[in-house]
Ligand binder design. Structure first.
Ligand SMILES: Nc1nc2c(ncn2[C@@H]2O[C@H](COP(=O)(O)OP(=O)(O)O)[C@@H](O)[C@H]2O)c(=O)[nH]1
Ligand SMILES: [Mg+2]
Length: 439
């Protein structure tokens, strides 16, 4: 796991709280000191560590204890929330047409990450294409074109040209029918003025919607300075921290970026095109704290509003029709992020993969879903498999959404149906429900 050492120390520290009979000031101070030590040795920025300790102490002594949480759960919860806050807001990544500009120092992993991202979008069903605007590094063209070929992504480059801005202009024009265009740029050993000018030129021409700084996690505390400089030049929309597989000190890059107010969009932890993960602060911290551990999870979600017994049953029983799915989405809405539950279940081992977006159940999604459902017949709602092409068109027309959206929805339903079967068979889920007083 990324930042294994940090994770281990944090989990050990939290275990100490679990064993304490009561949380007095002395225990709290010790725990905070342990957390500080763990964070500092992972190279997390000192000022941030201090800020975090202050917040934990303050909240632990002033916040009203929730009736449902015992004092140590309360503290675990505070630590969790504050660590999440430390990493900044998640970077929003709309799955629509857009242009992405990749910047960063030489060797930081831009080219590799460009290919990884192209693959990421491809997997999300978008057509991605790549422009090579690195005219400095010999072999840049070949490196990127080969990567693209391997993952079957369109590539544009001009082997002989030295004008990166012109190449970008041509590339963006040539590839305009693609959904996502990723522009890989040159980096050098330091941020020189010439490079900054070129980068600004490329940015002006490409009119990039996303401007990602690629940062090698090995650089530790210098991350902050770099992020600031790049941010001033082109206004970053996110940071991608790479090579987290190779360092115990990734905390430097992870925390330093929080200072520039730009969130971390992705993390890279490996050399293959699939070693890229969308960065979600809450999920990341959950994993560090060992929330895969069901015990902790149950404690964590105790502060979420309780699940209605009826809703929980709908979640686990029946044929899982579209109506069930709607009910279930409502239940999840009440329960808080489904992600928290899914994470603890070994769904992966069942071959069930739930896409990130499927784990969000926003009000908006629900409303849109309702509109589509209103255009369906009872038969269709009970037996979604009867919905074929002509019916899809009719439903789409009736509800004012695209046929693709209806197809997406049906696909989502299928995934969830499969996942729910998996969940049902997990005895962990039963244990979890028991703890919630539902069974
Ligand atoms: N272990 C590991 N290596 C990486 C990762 N990302 C990139 N690399 C390696 O870092 C080196 C430089 O990467 P490259 O993409 O060419 O950097 P660029 O100069 O910024 O374009 C290559 O050897 C990559 O294989 C990562 O997440 N983990
Ligand atoms: Mg490169």
């Amino acid at each position: 796991m990324v930042l294994e050492n940090l994770g281990t120390s944090l989990r050990d520290t939290l275990k100490r709280i679990a064993r304490a009979n009561r949380i007095d000031e002395k225990t709290l101070s010790e725990v905070i000191r342990e957390i500080q030590r763990a964070l500092l040795s992972a190279d997390v920025n000192v000022a941030l560590v201090q800020h975090l300790s202050r917040r934990i102490k303050e909240r632990a002594s002033t916040e009203q204890l929730s009736e449902k949480l015992n004092p140590r759960q309360q503290i675990v919860n505070i630590v969790y929330q504050e660590l999440v806050a430390l990493l900044g807001d998640p970077v929003k990544l709309p799955l629509t047409r857009h242009i992405v500009l990749m910047v960063g120092l030489q060797g930081s992993g831009k080219t590799t990450t460009t290919a990884k991202l192209a693959r990421y979008f491809q997997k999300k069903g978008l057509k991605s294409a790549v422009v090579c605007a690195d005219t400095y590094r010999p072999g840049a063209y070949d490196q990127l074109s080969q990567l693209c070929e391997r993952i079957n992504v369109a590539f544009y480059g001009e082997r002989e040209s030295r004008n990166a801005i012109e190449i970008t202009a041509h590339g963006v024009e040539q590839l305009k029918r693609y959904d996502v265009i990723l522009v890989d740029t040159a980096g050098r050993h330091a941020l020189e003025s010439e490079l900054v000018l070129e980068m600004k030129g490329i940015n002006d021409i490409a009119r990039a919607d996303q401007r990602f700084l690629v940062l090698d996690s090995g650089i530790g505390q210098q991350a902050s300075e770099q992020a600031k400089a790049f941010d001033e030049a082109i206004g970053l929309t996110g940071v991608i921290v790479t090579k987290l597989d190779g360092t115990a000190k990734g905390g430097g890059a992870l925390s330093a970026v929080a200072e520039v107010g730009t969130g971390i969009a992705f993390i890279g932890a490996g050399e293959t095109v699939d070693d890229l993960e969308k960065f979600e602060p809450d999920r990341f911290i959950s994993r560090l704290l060992g929330m895969g551990d069901i015990q902790t999870l149950v404690e964590m979600i105790e502060e979420e509003p309780p699940i209605e017994a009826e809703d929980a049953e709908a979640m686990l029983k029946g044929d899982f029709t579209l109506k069930d799915m709607y009910k279930q989405m409502q239940a999840i809405g009440k329960m808080g992020p489904l992600r928290k539950i899914v994470q603890m279940l070994p769904l992966g081992s069942l071959g069930v993969e739930i896409p990130d977006d499927a784990l969000e159940s926003t009000k908006e999604t629900l409303e849109r879903f309702k509109v589509v459902m209103d255009s369906m017949t009872d038969e269709e709602l009970e037996h979604p498999r009867v919905i074929r092409s002509s019916r899809i068109k009719r439903i789409a027309r009736g509800s004012g959404v695209s046929a693709d959206y209806v197809r997406e929805l049906l696909k989502y339903h299928k995934t969830m149906q499969k996942a729910m079967k998996g969940v049902r068979s997990q005895k962990e889920m039963q244990k979890f429900l028991k703890r919630q007083g539902l069974q």
